[in-house]
Design a binder for this molecule. Structure first.
Ligand code: NAD
Length: 342
């Protein structure tokens, strides 16, 4: 093909089209593996030709856009994405980079989590009461889906705590809304019987179910939720108070979030050494089919919050976390055979 500029423009055009179909319409037209291949190709071309890397490139942005049909929510703290690796060599480079940035030869304590295949939401509790829930959107602005979130049984409408002082005035909890495999199969079974279109995968079904204008439909869809991080924590005036209430370990924070009444994925582990990562990845991969929910990889996060702060962020993702993805299960042909529905 053509010169790098033309190649980059061609790939950007395709990725932007796929992003629109996936994030806005909830109707992907290619499998994730194909999308990931294109994104890797774009990143490689931009690395080889740094002057062609623009700030509006899809490699620099969080995919997604808030639908106008919902009221919009500006996230008090941005909701970012995750960088990906697909093999051990690239995972080891992630570790090496972070150790170099931390000027450390010591083992890295990591929080290891399954990569849940649903969609990210931010739940805002004020004085312990769920007051707002939003999708990630473009990372800065999401959709207000509070009424739909209220229909998910595992999400508490009130935090657990004897006294109001047990938690800060404002606690934002972030996590993944997903559709368990059994609910997904049941939903598609019913759709087939009615002659309706079926959903392509549980992620697509979860996104379509959550972004409904009628929360009665969402209520029938058996969605579930696992928390995986905090958003803004502080007082109603906007002063941040995270350190006062939460531990300085990501893993311990998840345990604290669980004590507040929010579900945490039971597979999450604290690894005392980065060398334990591959065994965690292989173990979760071997369990994948038996899990009641869909996952597409594992996520490793530098556990120490102070180290996370020192590492910081790049445009669309934190430097201290990586999604170590599983090999692709789907091929282009299998997805093209399926009709999609919102
Ligand atoms: P991502 O899905 O690769 O990673 C970020 C997301 O992972 C977070 O926003 C969160 O929702 C989720 N996540 C799951 N478990 C998590 C955990 N334990 N901790 C933190 N986050 C966790 O990134 P993305 O930007 O949401 O989407 C990009 C991916 O989506 C692509 O790699 C591709 O697989 C897919 N995609 C596919 C198409 C398509 O046309 N098929 C189009 C766009 C995107």
């Amino acid at each position: 093909m053509s010169n790098p500029t033309e190649q980059i423009n061609e790939i950007k055009k395709l990725i932007n089209q796929y992003n629109h179909q996936y994030y806005v319409l909830d109707e992907p037209s290619v499998p994730d593996a194909e999308y990931d291949r294109l994104m890797q190709a774009l990143i490689a071309l931009e690395q080889e030709n740094p002057t062609l890397k623009t700030t509006d490139s899809p490699s620099q942005k969080v995919g997604g856009l808030a639908l106008k049909a919902f009221t919009q929510v500006t996230h008090q703290l941005p909701m970012l994405s995750l960088d990906n690796v697909f093999d051990l060599a690239d995972f080891n480079s992630f570790i090496k980079r972070n150790k170099e940035r931390l000027h450390s030869n010591k083992a890295l304590t990591l929080c290891a989590e399954p990569k849940l295949d649903g969609l990210a939401v931010s739940l805002r509790y004020e004085k312990g009461i769920l007051v707002q829930a939003a999708t990630r959107g473009d990372g800065a602005i999401g959709e207000n889906i509070t009424e739909n979130i209220r229909t998910i049984k595992s999400i508490p409408l009130k935090l657990i705590g004897v006294l109001e002082t047990d938690y800060p005035e404002v606690v934002e909890v972030r996590g993944e809304v997903f559709m368990p495999k059994a609910s997904f199969e049941q939903l598609n079974e019913q759709a087939k019987k009615r002659g309706d279109k079926i959903f392509a995968n549980p992620r697509n079904a979860a996104a379509g179910s959550l972004r409904q204008l009628d929360s009665k439909i969402t209520a029938k869809r058996n969605l579930a939720f696992y928390a995986y991080s905090l958003g803004f924590v502080g007082n109603l005036q906007g002063d941040e108070l995270t350190e006062e209430f939460f531990e300085s370990s990501h893993y311990q924070r998840l345990c604290q979030i669980k004590l507040l009444g929010l579900p945490m994925c039971p597979e999450v582990r604290l690894l005392s050494n980065e060398n334990e990562s591959e065994a965690f990845y292989q173990n979760i991969l071997s369990k994948r089919a038996a899990l009641s929910y869909e996952i597409d990889g594992t996520v490793f996060k530098v556990d120490d919050i102070n180290q996370q702060k020192r590492l910081g962020f790049v445009a669309r993702a934190p430097r201290w976390a990586i999604a170590y993805k599983f090999p692709a299960q789907e091929e282009l042909t299998t997805v093209e055979d399926v009709e999609f529905q919102v």
